[in-house]
Design a protein around this ligand. Sequence first.
Ligand code: HC1
Ligand code: SF4
Length: 574
Amino acid sequence: MIELTINGRPVELSEGATLLDAARKAGIHVPTLCHYPGLPSHSVCRMCLVEVEGEKKPQPACTTLAKQGDVVETDSESLRAFRRSNGEWLLARHPNDCMRCEVNGTCRLQRLVAENQWEEHWEEVPPGSRDHPEHVSSDHTSPSIWRDLSKCIECGLCAEACGEAGQQQYVIGFAERGDERLPVTVFDAPLSETNCISCGQCTLVCPVGALIEAPHWHDVLNVLDSRKRVSVVQVAPATRIAISEEFGMKPGTVSTGRLINALRALGFDYVFDTNFTADLTIMEEGSELLARLEAGTRLPLFTSCCPGWVNWIELNRPDLLAHLSTTKSPQQMHGAMTKRGNFARSLGPEFSDGKAEPYVVSVMPCTAKKDEARRPGMSGDVDHVLTTRELARMIRSRDIAFGALDEDGSFDNPLGESTGAAQIFGASGGVMEAMVRTAAHLKGLEDQIPLEWQQLRGVHDAVKTASIPGVGTVAVCNGIAAAQRMLESDDWRTEFVAIEVMACSGGCLGGGGEPKSMDPDVLKKRSKAIYDMDARAPRRRSYENTDVRKLYETQLHKPNSAAAHHLLHTHYSG
Ligand code: HC1
Ligand code: SF4
């Protein structure tokens, strides 16, 4: 243990803790821009400078290790002057574009300026004047991620999130050195020409608006406001929890009802649940697994509901495409069922003969879902995908008091019922656990196979495995880097019968479209909320979903039938 004092307050810390940890522990605010929990800091923004007794110069709190007996000051005239001049220097190089910026209101640089009333020198630096003629400045080529180098403050967090400390895709790295260093793509290529998997982890950590999800909420509002089309929205399992954080609630607060009521207030005619088709996905994918086990082919089965993972396979290992489940993701299934199932027919004759179709929006914790909605063979099932962050912007833009909305609220039916198995899709290991629950039933082994699989849960382990009686050993890769490592040898081919991969650490609850959070335990808190919802659910196995059962009776016949394949399965391209 290390003991020190910070602003006169005694603090105890473990070895390896930084002065920033000390400040946080003492409840003392130290501003940061280039620090993000879980990623290495480079102390480039110099906002967190503190004075340490005995040191001649101020030290960056984010990278300075705490030492026994340190006496630290975080607030003094000269520290405020340092921060001011560093902040004003950043501002002088930043375009004056806040009013139209997608992160207006949530930008960390903007917040620091507002808090400290720093001087602006924008009149001398008009928008776009901070050119990097030698680098691609503005890149809208990816369907999921937009880049604007003119807004970059060179903190390096995107390169870390995409690189060694995060996704290990190395799409973004540093060009130039020292003051001139800039995070750019390999060979400065537009994102669409790189190996970017659209996971959006770079957008999650960007403190400003240099990396954002491709924004679609303006388009959605236009369609809703026109009231010319029947509008439908579906909500992902992870969004109903994380959206609470956008409105100041504690991580792990469940806001299903508030979310439904906010979507109705925005003008959606029908509010459906992606969880409904998560149950349907399990019926199809679980049956697919058993069919492959019987035939002894294309094993292990890879789950395919994470589009970042599907992108990775297509880009890096097309030789493994046959292992991917052909079952569509719940998002795409929901779009297909909404537009081409009994629901659309119930809307009137023009919807039955294809002259009209409902306008379908999905709200996802994921940026790659935008990309998935445009995949060949699935394009058109979902018209627009919004991230959790975008939906929060939309709600704020209409002055809807989210926190004051009623938490009582229910999804519309028939595309709204779901079980606990669907809810756990939002956490790493959840898809596999849900699949095991239904496979146990399909194999008649329900009495021998437990409902809960703790070995497959958790947001920290890179690879989790479990041996399922009568089925075989299954694995869960928590994050794309874990999957990449697993595929380096050939052991996975014989060790496992099924492998779940979610590209983002923690699963969808840690997706690139989720709220930005400085809470180091945020994933754990979101995950706990998800499993608590499952534990409280009256039905916890996908085949117990009564509307899913009805759907098979009236329309799809049985899992993996020709009708089910037509609507609910897809193919991949290398
Ligand atoms: Fe997910 Fe899924 S769980 S992929 O994480 O299979 O995004 O939440 O909606 O499609 O259901 C995301 C979450 C989500 C799909 C489902
Ligand atoms: Fe890297 Fe993911 Fe960002 Fe693409 S979306 S640049 S893979 S972090």
